[in-house]
Design a protein around this ligand. Sequence first.
Ligand SMILES: *Cc1c(COP(=O)(O)O)cnc(C)c1O
Length: 472
Amino acid sequence: MDNETFRRCGHEFVEWIADYLRDVESYPVVSRVKPGEVKSRLPGAPPEAAESMDRIFADFREVILPGISHWQHPGWHAYFPANNSPASVLAEMLTAGLGVQGMIWQTSPAASELEDLVLDWLRQLTGLPAGFAGTIQDTASTAALCALISAREKATGFESNERGFRRPLTVYASGEAHSSIEKGVKIAGYGRENLRLIKTDANFALIPAELEAAIAADKAAGLMPACVVATLGTTSSTAVDPLRAVGEIAARHGLWLHVDAAYAGTAAVCPENRWILDGAERMDSFVFNPHKWMLTNFDCSAYFVKDPGALVRSFEIHPEYLKTGVDPYVKNYRDWGIQLGRRFRALKLWFVIRSYGAEGLRAFVREHQRLAALFRGWVEAAPDFELLAPVPFGLVCFRWNDGRRSDEELDGINKALLEKVNASGKVFLTHTVLRGRFTIRMVVGQRTTEERHVRTAWEVILSAARESAPRS
Ligand SMILES: *Cc1c(COP(=O)(O)O)cnc(C)c1O
C-alpha cells in the first residue's frame, strides 16, 4: 500500500470508528453468530495475490463486524467492563504508527521514561504509598504471575531461580480469589495442591483468623509459606479482603503480600473509596487494570512493587546483545516482567489521564457508583428480587426470588431469566455462583452508560421476569 492510499483509508477508518462509537447502541450487545459461522464465511487459505484495502475493509464490515460483541455498548453490564475512550483510541493509533518495541531504554527512551512517569501519576491518583514503583503488564494475570515468582525467589533467597524448587512453598488466597492466582501458582511451579483457599465471611471477604490458622498448620507440617494474595474487589461480587489485617499476618510470617485490585483499583481515584487501601504500606505488590474501568483500551495493567530490586532480581537477564552504555542510569523494563519485547502502552495512559484530568476520572467513577446504587435500590424495593452481596463499587449481585421456592428451583428460574434478558439484544449481563446460588451480575462501568440505560436494563429484567417467572 502506498502512503497516499494509507492516508485515504486512515481518514475513512477514523470516520468509521467515530460513527461506530456514536452508534454502537444500535447494535445487539452480544454477537448472534453461531460457532464456526465467521470462519465458514472466509477462505481457508491465504490469498496468493495482494488484495485492495477497500475489499478487505468491506469484508471487515460484512463478515467480522457481525461476529463482534460490543464491549463499548452502553448496555454492556457483563463481566467487568473493558472500556475505551476517544483519547486512548487515538493514542493507540499513534503507538501503532510508531511501531516501537520498547524492551530497553535505548530502543525508545520516551517509552521507558513516559511509563515511569505515568505509572507514578497513577500511584498518586489512586493514593498508593510513596516509594511504590510501577510498570505496565499486559494483564493482571501476568502481574499475579510476576508477584508469585518474586515471592518464590524472596522466600528461597533467590535460590529457586538457580536450582529449582527444593521444598514445597505455599500460597494463600481467599476462596473468592480470581482464577489467575491458581493459574499463576501452577505456572510458577508451586503446584496447585499448595494453594490454600481461605474461607470467606458473610460478605465474601477473607477471614484473617482462617488465614492465620492455615499458615500455622502449614508451618507445623514443615511446609514453607511464601505468599498471600488479598483481593480488593473480587470478580464474583467485588468483595474487599481486609488488607490491614491480612498485611499484619503476612508481615508477622515474612510472606510476600500481593494485592489484586484488577477491577476495583480504579475506584481509588476517589478519596471516598480509599478505605479499600487501608494498610497498603504492607503490600509488596499491587495490580489494577486501567483497561477495565479507566478508559484505556485493552490491554493495560498497572503493576506496582514496593521493592523493585526484588522484582528485577527475579527477572533480570543480561545477554551481550542487549547491553548498552547507559544501563547503570536507566530503567530497562525488560527486567520488570516476563516478556522481552514490550508495546508502548504508556502513551495511551498518558493521553487518557491528560484528556480527562483527575477530576474527570473521579466524576466518571462516581457516576457509575451512583448508578449502581440506584439499581441496587430498585432490586431491594422489588418484592420478587433479592440482593445477594454488598455493592461497594459498580457491581450489583441479585436474583429473582419470590420466597416460595428451593434454591435449586431458583437456580433454574434465574438462569432462564438471564437468557431471556440477554436475548433482548439491548443489554448483556452475566452470572456467577455465590454460596452455591446462581447469581445475576449487573455491572455499570461502560463509558457511555447513562441513567436511562440502567433504567432500560431494569425494565428488560422486570419484563423478562413477568413473562418467564412462575406464578403461584
Ligand atoms: C479481571 C480480573 C483479573 C484478570 O484480569 P486480566 O487482566 O484479564 O488478567 C484478575 N483479578 C481480578 C480480581 C479480576 O477481576
